[in-house]
Design a protein around this ligand. Structure first.
Ligand code: HEM
Length: 445
């Protein structure tokens, strides 16, 4: 290399390093978010947060961060985590103008129509929600109660033998298979877990892998491009999700082509029956996407919630005894129906408290602070900042739930009605009550 070319290289490298150092200094000391506390590394680079998402310790870390730094913590140069009831309403409540951040794009498969979880566009999101709404109505869900009960009955059969022998069973495994069976049954009219033997494809494995990868890649430049690009296509490496889409598409086609009269309509039937304001039916891709979002967002979340309830019951025998007493007082020798559970306040308190202690979605739910900014705990957060709330941090906030936040105490939900209502409004499990909140909340509960 000539001397001149070499000196150009050196000058280039020095300029780049200088620009890098300047950027890091700007992020750490002069950025509009520089006043917010947080780990020093987080103030200069988002790689720190990416690393913790990748190694999977976020659920512990986010609690420690808020306990150490307070209700507003800087997680990356332009990103904050907040804990606050009024911020929850502003970001996730009715009529909020706050949009989802670009992190969600990593949940959008390139081959599919926009899906409800991933889309950032409020108009598209509203259209999808309208299309999916009939399937989530309580009346539609109640009609499917007997198919859900079938899945539970199959599970009881599996558990009968080990229970009579006093053997240890892995309830993580069984709650998982149960919820994939139930959601599969509701959505496709067939189980997707494996209580009664594996189905014809591993939907559960594919979707869980996709969700895990997307949660991390959402923070990486290029996002899904890293797993699906011209090179992977050239090498014949298929995104595992494509296999699932082909399968899902085939199931939708079967619904379209078969005579469904006399069959209890499942969610795909509801999606197919939808007509927009001009009387137009949805495309097949839109129906496939509705099904994907439903099972992708609905199966694992309910499984985790069940495990949380079972875990806290298993270490709190006094709570079990009280719950048993409430259930025994019900006049029912059969399985308990959804309507009957509405007469069981202690059961509701146990479920609510378990979900408070460990929520199914521990990731930050990122929103872009809208025009006018956001006020949290006496701090002004400028518009354009990426702000996320984490259910775990909000639900263990001592200012809201009291000094005993780490104690499993279903009774905190009972007795004082006004206090119970206040806590319920501050609890952050289903993404608030606004335009992007969880449509599966009633089904889950
Ligand atoms: C205990 C169970 C559940 C929990 C804790 C839960 C939690 C959540 C949360 C926190 C969000 C908001 C995500 C965000 O803003 O990024 C959400 C959205 C969503 N949930 Fe659930 N969910 C549960 C069950 C279900 C079920 C059973 C279904 C469907 C069968 C479902 C379908 C969805 C969908 C489609 C979205 C996207 C909504 C949108 O972005 O507009 N969820 N869920």
């Amino acid at each position: 290399m000539s001397l001149i070319a070499e000196s150009y290289w050196i000058a280039g490298l020095v300029s780049l390093s200088g620009a890098g150092v300047l950027l890091l200094c700007y992020n750490a000391f002069f950025h509009p978010l520089a006043q917010f506390p947080g780990p020093r590394l987080a103030s200069i680079t988002g790689l720190w947060r990416l690393y913790h998402y990748a190694i999977g310790d976020w659920h512990d870390l986010i609690l420690d961060l808020h306990r150490k730094y307070g209700r507003v913590v800087r997680l990356a140069p332009n990103e904050l985590s907040v804990v606050d009831e009024s911020a929850m309403k502003a970001l996730y409540g009715h009529g909020t103008p706050a949009l989802k951040s670009n992190w969600y794009s990593a949940f959008q498969s390139p081959q599919a129509a926009p899906n409800q979880l991933a889309t950032q566009d409020p108009q598209i999101s509203a259209d999808i929600r309208r299309r999916m709404a009939p399937a989530f109505k309580m009346t539609a869900l109640l009609r499917l109660e007997s198919s859900m009960q079938d899945c539970f009955d199959k599970l009881w059969q599996q558990l009968d033998k080990p229970a009579s022998e006093g053997a240890i069973v892995d309830m993580c495994h069984w709650t998982d298979t149960l919820t994939w069976d139930v959601i599969g049954q509701l959505c496709y009219g067939e189980p997707l877990g494996s209580i009664a033997g594996a189905g014809d494809m591993n939907v559960q494995g594919i979707l869980i892998k996709f969700l895990m990868v997307s949660t991390v890649l959402g923070h990486v430049w290029g996002q899904l491009f890293w797993i699906e690009n011209p090179l992977t296509r050239l090498l014949g490496i298929k995104n595992p999700l494509s296999k699932f889409f082909e399968w899902s598409s085939m199931k939708v086609r079967q619904h379209e082509e078969s005579d469904r009269s006399g069959v209890q309509p499942d969610m795909i039937d509801h999606f197919l029956a939808y007509r927009d304001s001009e009387g137009k039916p949805p495309t097949r891709l839109q129906v496939v996407d509705g099904a994907t979002a439903t099972i992708g967002a609905g199966a694992d979340t309910v499984g985790i919630a069940m495990r949380s309830v079972l875990y806290y019951l298993s270490i709190n025998p006094a709570v079990v005894a009280k719950l048993q007493k409430e259930i025994d007082a019900l006049d029912s020798s059969e399985s308990i129906s959804f309507r009957q559970t509405q007469q069981l306040p202690y059961l509701k308190a146990v479920v609510r408290e378990s979900l408070r202690m460990y929520s199914s979605v521990p990731a930050q739910l990122y929103r872009i602070v809208p025009d006018g900014g956001l006020s949290v705990d006496g701090h002004f957060i400028p518009p354009g900042t990426i702000v996320g709330m984490c259910s775990l941090a909000q639900n263990r906030d001592t200012a809201i739930f009291g000094q005993d936040v780490d104690v499993f105490k279903p009774d905190r939900w009972l007795g004082d009605e006004a206090r119970g209502r206040y806590l319920e409004n501050a609890l952050f499990n289903f993404g608030g009550t606004g335009p992007r909140s969880c449509p599966g909340r009633d089904l889950a509960m």
